[in-house]
Design a protein around this ligand. Sequence first.
Ligand code: GDP
Length: 274
Amino acid sequence: MAKAIRQLEENLHLVDIVFELVDARIPSASRNPEIERLIKDKPHLMILTKSDLADPEQTQNWIKAFKAKGLPAIAVDSKANITTKTVTKIAQSLLAQKLSDEAQKGLKERPIRAITVGIPNVGKSTLLNRLVNKRVAQVGDTPGVTKGQQWLRSSSKLSLLDTPGILWPKFDDEQTGQELALTGAIKEQRFASDDVGLYALHFFRTYYPDTLVDRYKLSEADQELSDVDLLLKLTKQFGMKDDYDRASDRLIQDIRKGKLGRYTLNRMGAVEDD
Ligand code: GDP
């Protein structure tokens, strides 16, 4: 990881703005704890990816919460409609002072240079490909760009470094690990499946009970069971005898594939508008 950090630090010198990607389902767990220190004062846009999988109300709360902390934020669904125009416009507005200073000095107008950073699987490559529309436009011999790296042209106003900054996820506590595992940010083999399964059951019973009832046709009596007993009941229902690890895997896969609907694991309370 030290090498990845060093490369990111070098790359940060080359860009005007950082696009920090977090998974909209786990905006807290998918944030690297070191990121603010690494980015320092560089303009910084939070991009909540996979918003098509997240609870829309929660996504809005998170956007407001980031903004309240002075971090502009947007949500994207890179599989559908990623708006290069929107991203470009926001980047321009965040860099308005710098760009106008350059114009005042008589410098030629140039595209804004950006880098995407985030933990593995958060959607960096997908977003990058979307933003550049797979048009790989190398901008000649750009000073400072390490051999093998290149700028990809998103629009006439925005260029992106082709190498995303990769950061490691935090493992502060077991719950964060389970959240990362449940969303597929890390392999669940790192955690016992039944622990992740039980965490998932408890979470959905608390926040989205109806989707669980509908999906697995739970009776009123089922809904009274403890989490462990409900997992055992589902294991039988899935025809898996007493293999509750396998049943947990099935539950995890269902959740990842969105079969239990859109969800946000990291909860954010409503934030007042300014
Ligand atoms: P990277 O490791 O950060 O570069 O992540 P990738 O771009 O490879 O994406 C990891 C997985 O997430 C892939 O299966 C993508 O198809 C998926 N993905 C990325 N962005 C989105 C999104 O906005 N919505 C959904 N549903 N899936 C996404």
